[in-house]
Design a protein around this ligand. Structure first.
Ligand SMILES: [Zn+2]
Length: 78
């Protein structure tokens, strides 16, 4: 049985077989395009859910200090 799918990017008929490493895409190009679009979408979503809070230098310093306290193994010995 041969399964034929439409390339999600350009709608070319693609035969679903192990030899086609880019399935369900017809080519690496289409695969990359789709991944790029997916990344764009997730960027938009993460921008929407980001609370409108400006990170001040103080807040960043506090976060960094907290991080270092809880992750001493990251601090290089002198
Ligand atoms: Zn394609």
């Amino acid at each position: 049985m041969t399964l034929i799918v439409d390339c999600p990017t350009c709608k070319t008929k693609v035969t679903w077989q192990p030899e086609n490493e880019f399935r369900p895409f017809c080519s690496k190009r289409c695969q990359l395009i789709d991944l790029g679009e997916w990344a764009d979408e997730s960027n938009k979503i993460s921008q929407q859910v980001t609370p409108e809070v400006e990170m001040t230098e103080e807040m960043l310093d506090a976060l960094e200090g907290e991080f270092l306290q809880h992750n001493k193994f990251f601090v290089e010995p002198e």
